[in-house]
Design a protein around this ligand. Structure first.
Ligand SMILES: NC(=O)c1ccc[n+]([C@@H]2O[C@H](COP(=O)([O-])OP(=O)(O)OC[C@H]3O[C@@H](n4cnc5c(N)ncnc54)[C@H](O)[C@@H]3O)[C@@H](O)[C@H]2O)c1
Length: 376
């Protein structure tokens, strides 16, 4: 199969669909990979590295979209990219179609087979192609929080690890899933005093085992959130209710009651945010201050560490990508129900129910089960 890797074109997006190491895997399975010039250059993957891995370099996205049978990307295709897709071609990338009628319509019109990373599943009920980005965001949340706790960056001037004779800073992590667990690991590594709140008792039991009692686990109630946030130096918002906007867990009064110079990192901002005063920010201007509390609400945290994120994402996307290339997309999906769950659009049919639920009326879409669309 010919696999194409265009350069990402969204503002400040430096990640790339395939690393040179991933290219080498595709090539070793007999596939031909074409990469747009400078696609990975900003994160240290030069054209020479792709050539050494066995890829050919092409000069424009038009050539990549024209020649490739499967396009591998990171971000959702922009309108001009959608217009270059065609029937018989596979698109393998993050799509997030439900809130995006323009992209959905264009992908339906393209006739292409569009597989969304974010809806591929695993046997434990997880989302394996989202998890690496949650790991990155979780670890980054504490790094960012520690930075903005410094006086010169608007914080209270607290060192999370403390020093001998001075108590460590207090970190409250709300939501003990992938983001929260990784945040807690980093905070613990810095020597902070860490508390995790979750409303799942089984998850709190797991966390208690994972951290061998080194973090406090507390059942998430309004009272617990109010009590622990008022004493915290850093609060990480890491909750998720699948398919729903993030619940607002701290209201304006509770935020006002926090210590001056404390930091809120709202990782759940991509789902609307879990603090009343949160609004999305960017890596260019990551923070703002409300009631003396520093708010860090970057909606695309993994983009800030694009090199690590690209490698982490490739580790997760590669096995599915190889299956698609080796078996052909239809056979690969029909043989693997988890990869099949990734199929969102096929030959003009929408095969992911949540997309039809969100946009069906607006775009006059009907739902076609993925198996039916592939067999039809
Ligand atoms: N900003 C970014 O760049 C970025 C990157 C990755 C993930 N995220 C977001 O981070 C959030 C967490 O993702 P995840 O992968 O860790 O999800 P996850 O499903 O692994 O974990 C979510 C946890 O939140 C818990 N929870 C739900 N409601 C709660 C409540 N009221 N109180 C306490 N805990 C509660 C759940 O029990 C679960 O353990 C999501 O909103 C996700 O979209 C953002």
């Amino acid at each position: 199969m010919i696999i194409g890797v265009p350069k990402e074109i969204k503002n400040h997006e430096y990640r790339v669909g395939l690393t040179p190491a991933a290219v080498k895997e595709f090539v070793s399975h007999g596939h031909h990979v074409i990469v747009e010039t400078l696609a990975g250059d900003a994160i240290g993957f030069s054209d020479e590295m792709y050539i050494a891995a066995g890829a050919s370099i092409e000069s424009t996205p038009e050539i990549i979209f024209e020649k490739a049978e499967m396009i591998v990307k990171v971000k959702e295709p922009q309108p001009n990219e959608c217009k270059m897709l065609r029937k018989g071609q596979t698109l393998y990338t993050y799509l997030h179609l439900a809130p995006d009628p323009v992209q959905t319509q264009l992908l339906v019109e393209s006739g292409a087979t569009c597989i969304a990373y974010e809806t591929v599943t695993d046997s434990r009920g997880g989302l394996p192609l989202l998890a690496p980005m949650s790991e990155v965001a979780g670890r980054m949340s504490v790094q960012a929080g520690a930075h903005f706790l410094e006086k010169a960056h608007g914080g209270s001037g607290t060192l999370l690890g403390g020093v001998p004779g001075v108590a460590p800073g207090k970190v409250l992590v709300i939501g003990g899933g992938v983001v929260g667990t990784n945040a807690a690991k980093m905070a613990l590594g810095l020597g902070a005093d860490v508390t995790i709140l979750d409303r799942s008792l089984p998850r709190l039991r797991e966390l208690d085992d994972i951290f061998a009692g080194q973090v406090k686990t507390v059942y998430s109630t309004v009272d617990a959130i109010e009590h622990y946030s008022s004493n915290a130096d850093l609060v990480v918002g890491a909750v998720l209710i699948p398919g729903a906007a993030a619940p607002k867990l701290l209201n304006g009064e509770q935020i006002k009651a926090m210590k001056p110079g404390s930091v809120l990192v709202d990782v759940a901002i991509d789902q609307g945010g879990c603090f009343a005063t949160s609004k999305a920010t960017t890596h260019q201007e990551p923070v703002y201050i409300v009631d003396d509390v520093v708010h860090y609400c970057v909606a695309n945290m993994p983009g800030g560490v694009a090199r690590t994120s690209t490698m982490a994402l490739n580790n997760a996307t590669l096995p599915f990508g190889l299956a698609l290339a080796n078996k052909g997309p239809a056979k690969a999906m029909l043989e693997d129900p988890h990869l099949l769950n990734g199929l969102n659009v096929h030959e003009g049919k929408v095969t992911y129910k949540a997309v039809v639920d969100a946009l069906g009326d607006e775009l006059d879409l009907t739902y076609t089960p993925a198996t039916e669309a592939l067999n039809g």
